[in-house]
Design a protein around this ligand. Structure first.
Ligand code: IPD
Ligand code: CA
Ligand code: CA
Length: 274
């Protein structure tokens, strides 16, 4: 494929950071919040952020396609590379002034390989990024960049796990079932409320595992590459290695050392929910 990975990476990074600045400017302003469905809201900032991202990428790569969380009929859907975008992951947090959310941008080949990705946390000004086969990095507020690596924790009793809630009632029951098994075994469990950011923290070794019973491709695309390049593992709920698809689905991620054990606990629960 005739694409320059590092050019994709640079575009993902620059666009994520400039979108983060826009979101920071909007942080202290009143939010326009609309319901999109059950337990699902969107704000004017999500829409403005998505427009900024897609305009910037289209200016640079006019032949590329898009898969975005917010509907936009003007965007092309096909191309040699598809940009998979969540302009604000953690909208409920953002809408309630909980300062934990991120921008997630991934460049995916039209054969479904995630090529480059960036996740930016506007409030902490942290940029997580990766290019396939080249590594993953965290750039902090001062601009210092270091490689990302998952934790070395290999005991459940030491593990800091995160789990986010699905919107659907039945899947919340599955989450409760795994919590019932997990919570007594691990050090602690968090609900971060921004899947892409939680998975970036997993890639950075800040947490050791992550579970979500239902996510969309834009929640996972960029972060999946961070985890892969940082030495972690990401699976579908049936235990298969995670592969990009345009379908929704759950995921379980870990530092790799805890993976077999969490899969043995989650697969039976996930099977019961089908
Ligand atoms: C949501 C967040 C949340 C997860 C939901 C996602 P959004 O994304 O990532 O942590 O549990 O399933 O939909 O709607 O804030 O972009
Ligand atoms: Ca999301
Ligand atoms: Ca979103």
């Amino acid at each position: 494929m005739d694409v320059d990975l590092l050019q994709l990476l640079e575009t993902a990074r620059d666009t994520a950071v400039s979108t983060g600045s826009l979101i920071r400017q909007k942080w202290n302003q009143p939010r326009e919040i609309k319901s999109k469905g059950f337990r699902d809201v969107v704000t004017d900032t999500d829409m403005a952020a998505q427009k900024l991202i897609t305009d910037a990428i289209r200016a640079q790569f006019p032949a590329h396609g898009f898969l975005t969380e917010e509907d936009d009929d003007d965007l092309p859907t096909d191309g040699p590379v598809i940009w998979v975008i969540d302009p604000v992951d953690g909208t409920t947090n953002f809408s309630r002034e909980v300062p934990t959310f991120c921008v997630s941008i991934a460049a995916v080949s039209n054969t479904g390989r995630v090529l480059a990705g960036a996740v930016y946390d506007p409030m902490r000004q942290e940029l997580f990024s990766a290019a396939r086969g080249q590594g993953a990095w965290l750039s902090d507020q001062s601009g210092q960049r270091r490689p990302l690596a998952v934790s070395l924790v290999d005991e459940f009793s030491e593990a800091l796990w995160a789990l986010d809630w699905s919107r659907q009632q039945a899947l919340r029951q599955s989450a409760l079932a795994i919590l019932n098994v997990l919570a007594p075994q691990v050090n602690d469990v968090r609900a971060i409320g921004a899947a892409a950011l939680a998975l970036s923290w997993l890639a950075a070794g800040r947490i050791d595992g992550y579970i979500n019973f239902q996510l969309c491709p834009w929640d996972l695309a960029a972060a999946s590459l961070l985890i892969h390049e940082a030495g972690g593992q990401l699976s579908h709920l049936d235990g298969q290695d995670w592969r990009y698809s345009t379908h929704d689905g759950g995921c379980v991620g870990s530092n790799g050392r805890l993976h077999k054990r969490i899969l043995s606990q989650i697969i039976p629960i996930s099977e019961r929910s089908h």
